[in-house]
Design a protein around this ligand. Structure first.
Ligand SMILES: [Zn+2]
Length: 150
């Protein structure tokens, strides 16, 4: 079945079929099929569709974001926001519940991230102390000590 669909050049449908095949039913045969499909993909120079998200921004414009895409006009800001979220996530994973998360940044945090940190302190019930290159921000219960002067 996979070969028939694959030969009909509907590779995505064939890949979806392979992905939904019960592995126990086919055992080693499905591994052969998956291996064949990977070889076919490489030989044809095809690529699987990247992850994609659609998001409505505050201006009402729908943005289409692809995984690994650096052509979006806001890709630099997106990358910076992701790095800031990664730092905060690391703080959550490596600190004890109930203790403050302390972050020092060499750059000024963006306004959107400031809003996220306010929400994170409320939702996670954690104090977040963040020093950027302008001032200290103490986030607690959804508020910041800077009075949202950011
Ligand atoms: Zn602040």
């Amino acid at each position: 079945m996979v070969d028939i669909i694959g030969c009909a050049r509907n590779l995505e449908e064939a890949l979806n079929l392979v992905a939904t095949m019960p592995i126990e039913a086919c055992g080693e045969h499905s591994l052969v099929l998956v291996g064949s499909m990977e070889i076919l993909i490489r030989e044809k120079g095809l690529r699987k569709n990247p992850g994609c998200s659609l998001m409505e921004a505050k201006d009402g414009i729908i943005h289409e974001l692809f995984a690994g895409d650096i052509t979006h006009p806001k890709s630099k800001e997106i990358k910076e926001a992701l790095e800031e979220l990664l730092q905060t996530s690391f703080g959550l994973l490596t600190t004890t519940a109930g203790t403050p998360i302390r972050i020092v940044k060499n750059l000024r945090m963006c306004e959107d991230f400031h809003t996220v940190m306010c929400g994170a302190s409320l939702i996670m019930r954690r104090e977040i102390v963040l020093r950027d290159n302008i001032r200290f921000h103490h986030f607690h219960d959804g508020m910041c000590s800077c009075g949202n002067l950011w």
